[in-house]
Write a protein that binds this ligand. Structure first.
Ligand code: ZN
Ligand code: ZN
Length: 181
């Protein structure tokens, strides 16, 4: 589906962090539904017609599968946000009506940024990677503090940034820089 790819890229990226075991577990409700339908049909006295049972099976299986995938997402996502994976996975499973999952999305911390070069964890405001010295933000040539791209003067020491400001090396920050000439 190349047409939808553009808008769903972010969602697909998020799906990739769910571990394979969650996808495997998400298949189980469907298998259980098929088994229940077969069992009910073979028993000779099905509680409802076959199309109704298939509809209930698909609906129930999908709801359970989504629930399992969400728990898998919480399990993986908590790790990259520096939160306890075990605690949040247990809360997501144990608190009924998916309230644990809702609670997780309300309380989750912002994602920890990582160095594009060595993947070391970074804190907001860092100008350089503490591990490999990769330059993360443009810095004032006078006082070496982080400044914003496009600033003309340093907000800390008043130094003229003019042509001296170090450009951001991070390619993600300016992927489509149009030449204005
Ligand atoms: Zn680094
Ligand atoms: Zn400065």
């Amino acid at each position: 589906m190349p047409v939808k790819a553009e808008t769903s890229t972010h969602f697909i990226d998020e799906l990739h962090i769910i571990s394979p075991w969650a996808f495997f577990l998400a298949i189980l409700p469907y298998i259980a539904a098929i088994a229940a339908i077969v069992f009910a049909s073979l028993s000779g006295k099905p509680p409802m017609s076959l199309p109704a049972m298939v509809a209930v099976g698909i609906l129930g299986g999908t709801v359970l599968a989504c629930y399992i995938l969400l728990i898998g997402y919480v399990n993986s996502d908590a790790g990259r946000r520096g939160m306890s994976r075990l605690a949040w996975t247990l809360l997501a499973i144990l608190i009924p009506n998916a309230l644990g999952i809702v609670l997780y999305f309300v309380l989750r911390k912002p994602r920890i940024a990582t160095c594009p070069q060595c993947c070391a964890p970074l804190e907001p405001g860092f100008g350089f990677c503490p591990r490999c010295r990769y330059r993360l933000n443009p810095t004032c040539p006078k006082c070496q503090r982080s400044v914003h791209t496009g600033d003309k003067f340093c907000p800390y020491c008043g130094g003229d940034l003019g042509a001296g400001v170090n450009e951001v090396v991070d390619s993600a920050a300016s992927p489509a820089k149009s030449s204005g000439s």
